[in-house]
Structures are given as C-alpha cells and as structure tokens.
Ligand binder design. Structure first.
Ligand code: HEM
Length: 254
C-alpha cells in the first residue's frame, strides 16, 4: 500500500536490505544516546563508540533505498504516460505523492519531502503495530478466560469461515477493550515521540522554559493507580464498556 510492492517473504535482495535497515533503524530509535544530553560526549566518546557514524550510515542507505522506490514509480508512470500518476485502486501512496503539488506554488513535491513522509509513516506504523499485536497475543495467552471470550466474540460477529473486515470492528467491543488495555499496559512508544516546547509555559505548577525537550511517560500514565486503580492485569469486562472503557473512549497513543 505504501510502496506498491510486497517486500517481506519474497526472497528479493531488496527485501533483505529493507529488513536489515528496518532492524538497524529501530535499534537506533530505541536506544538512549547520551550525546543528546551531554554535548561533550559527542566530541570525546562518540568517535570511539561510533553511534553517529552508524546513524549517518543507516540514514544514507535508507535514503538510497527510498530514492530508488521513487525513481521506479516515476519511471513506471512515465512509461505509461500517466502525467497525473493514474487514478483508481492501483495507485499506491508514492503514486499519490508524485501527483500532488508541492508547497508554496511548486508544481510537485520534491523527492526530499516525499522521502521524509514515507520514512515518517514507515517508522510510525511498523514497529508500533507489531509490538502492540505481540503484547495482545502474549497477554491473551496468559489470560485464557480473556482469550476464550475474545474467540467467542469473533465467532459470533465474524464466524469461522471469513476474515475480519473493517466493517466488523464496530461490533467487536471486547476486542476493542483488549486493544485499549494493551495500549495502557504496554504502550509501544512508552515515552511517545520527543517534543520540544516552542514557548515558556506552566503546567501543573511546573515552569517549563522555551526550547525544553519534554518526555511524556505514557507507560507511567497508564499504570497510575490514582487513575486506573489497581488494574495492572485486568482486561475490562463487558459491563465496564458503558463506563471508563465505553465505546469511543480511547487511550491516547498518537
Ligand atoms: C498500534 C499502532 C500504533 C501506535 C501504538 C502508535 C503510536 C504513536 C505514538 C505514541 C506517536 C507519537 C505521538 C506524539 O508523541 O505526539 C505516533 C506518531 C505517529 N504515528 Fe503512530 N502509532 C501506531 C500506528 C501507526 C500507523 C499504522 C501509522 C501510519 C500508517 C502511524 C503513523 C504515525 C505518524 C506519521 C506519526 C508521527 C506524527 C508526527 O510526525 O508528529 N502510526 N504514533
């Protein structure tokens, strides 16, 4: 959908390249880099540890990979003489971007902008979804009653001979509660994305100067006993759906 091709499980050299880059990217995104907080670290320690070199290398290879994807799409569209990059279901996300005008009156978005958007979505969508699914499965296996109830709901709403469709989701209340409980207990981005204050502000009695890096501890918020009580393990019951866990009440994740 995003790049117009299936990259995993097809045995291409490109798949291996993307998989390897993805692992390195998430390893780097997940690691704490002391140089962000101790400027001297960058000059005194990093030349020996080589973290910044690794970041530049992964960034260069990802840039090359995404440039190839964009070039291939552009060539394919030119070959088909589709100046507007085609219409309809066969268009993927890159085709759509190639057809859009750029900012400030530019005829098209430039490659740099497109690569940044693809990377943003790729990094935002892949690991988070995989981590949330893994936790949901692990917690369900650890809580057989919950698993049973989720299976019963799936059998009733979807049946055994069909795949789950988006249209089923509004009737899968118990499953929705499990997902929300997973976001609360195991947020895939425990500190969200780093934010920086644009101006000085005061929050709950704390003075936060302008240009301060702010970390939001979603993990701790989800386990705050004052808000959630002692519910460390419990998936909310169906009865609770009309209350705190009622339809439409999301645990914020992004
Ligand atoms: C279980 C799945 C997901 C979780 C838990 C999740 C969680 C988050 C979180 C915590 C943030 C940071 C919010 C902030 O600090 O302001 C974020 C941002 C973002 N997410 Fe997700 N996300 C998920 C799935 C997705 C998917 C499927 C996509 C795209 C198709 C996506 C695209 C993005 C993008 C583009 C941003 C960055 C927005 C920005 O640039 O500020 N996410 N997400």
């Amino acid at each position: 959908m995003l790049l117009g091709r299936r990259y995993l499980g097809v045995g291409l050299a490109e798949s291996a390249e993307l998989l390897c880059l993805t692992h390195q990217l998430f390893w780097l995104l997940g690691s704490v880099y002391p140089g962000d907080y101790l400027p001297l670290w960058r000059w005194l320690v990093d030349p020996f540890v080589g973290t910044e070199k690794k970041i530049r290398e992964v960034s260069r290879r990802l840039d090359g990979f995404l440039q190839r994807v964009i070039d291939e799409h552009r060539q394919a569209n030119e070959a088909k003489n589709l100046t507007d990059c085609g219409h309809g279901a066969n268009r993927d996300f890159v085709d759509v971007m190639l057809s859009l005008p750029g900012e400030e009156g530019k005829e098209r978005m430039d490659d740099r902008e497109m690569k940044a958007i693809i990377l943003d979505i790729f990094a935002g969508a892949t690991d988070t979804s995989a981590v949330a699914s893994e936790w949901a499965m692990a917690e369900s296996i650890k809580n057989p009653k919950v698993l049973e109830r989720a299976q019963e709901e799936l059998d009733r709403v979807v049946g055994r001979d069909r795949m789950v469709q988006e249209s089923h989701l509004r009737d899968l209340n118990y499953l929705r509660c499990i997902v929300r409980e997973i976001f609360r207990m195991h947020p895939p981005g425990p500190l969200l994305i780093h934010h920086e204050s644009t101006q000085a502000t005061e929050l709950m009695g704390y003075d936060i100067p302008a240009k301060t890096r702010v970390f939001i501890n979603a993990y701790a918020l989800g386990r705050n006993k004052r808000v959630w009580g002692g519910r460390r393990r419990r998936v909310p019951s169906r009865k609770a759906l009309s209350g705190r866990w009622g339809a439409g009440r999301d645990y914020p994740q992004g």
